[in-house]
Write a protein that binds this ligand. Structure first.
Ligand code: FPP
Length: 234
């Protein structure tokens, strides 16, 4: 069983168009898939479920879609307060917090604090996130620490994989074992570029609003049949 599953939830817009509806209708429907997949992940003993909900590039979508998506996430995540408490789920967001509206951020931080000691599963919503942003912010924080060490006459922190990973926004979270992408697209789209170095990828044509636990189970089954060698010989 994978410890960490990450999902690129794709295809809400196309699903809405198929129904003759606006894009936000698809995002709304996608919330039901989020709920079902979270429940299923917790039931199957997955420790970390991360969901790519809004990329750095998504800020360039039309204003009404951006504000609609933010409102929807605000409403659906904060509405699950009781579910998180009852099911012992820790909630976190990862991404560029500086770009989020202050009222949304304050509520999110409150929910993160309230659920911080929950231990059954961690649900991570990747919000205003991109892989290049993550690597860049890690590099600048490391550079700042080096500058500070030099200024203070202290030892400069040596750099290796593990040290660099500790500067990433996902520090302390195991790299994803499995990445699922819905809607038939087969690319990484600037997502967890460092963290997916040895991740198994699973692509499905199912559009996100149609993706349910049965589809999730199929992805887990495929994962279980993979032979992970990490560049070594078995
Ligand atoms: C990609 O579909 C989906 C998104 C950019 C948004 C995903 C957000 C949700 C499902 C809302 C709820 C989220 C949480 C965490 C409660 P797309 O719009 O790119 O679809 P398209 O490729 O068909 O246009």
């Amino acid at each position: 069983m994978p410890r960490h599953v990450t999902i690129i939830m794709d295809g809400n817009g196309r699903w809405a168009r198929q129904q003759g509806q606006q894009r936000l209708f698809g995002h709304n429907a996608g919330v039901d898939s989020v709920r079902d997949c979270c429940e299923y992940a917790a039931e199957t003993g997955i420790e970390y479920l991360s969901l790519f909900a809004f990329s750095s590039e998504n800020w360039n979508r039309p204003e009404d879609e951006v504000s609609g998506l933010m409102k929807l996430m605000f409403k659906s995540v904060l509405g699950e307060r009781e579910t998180f408490r009852k099911n012992n789920i820790r909630f976190r967001i990862i991404g560029d917090r500086a770009r989020l509206a202050p009222d949304l951020l304050a509520e999110i931080v409150k929910l993160e604090d309230e659920t911080a000691s929950n231990s059954r599963m961690t649900l991570i919503v990747m919000l205003s996130y991109s892989g290049k942003w993550d690597i860049t912010q890690a590099a600048s924080r490391y550079a700042a620490d080096v500058a500070e060490a030099v200024r203070a006459g202290k030892e400069v922190p040596a750099l290796d994989d593990n040290v660099f990973a500790s500067y990433l926004s996902t520090a302390g979270i195991p790299d994803p074992d499995l990445m699922i992408r819905t809607s038939g697209e087969q690319r990484i789209s600037n997502y967890m570029l460092w963290q997916c170095a040895y991740t198994e990828f699973y692509f499905t044509d199912v559009l996100w609003p149609d993706f349910r636990r049965t589809d999730f189970a199929r992805a887990l089954e495929a994962y279980c049949s993979r032979d992970r060698r990490y560049g070594k010989i078995k």
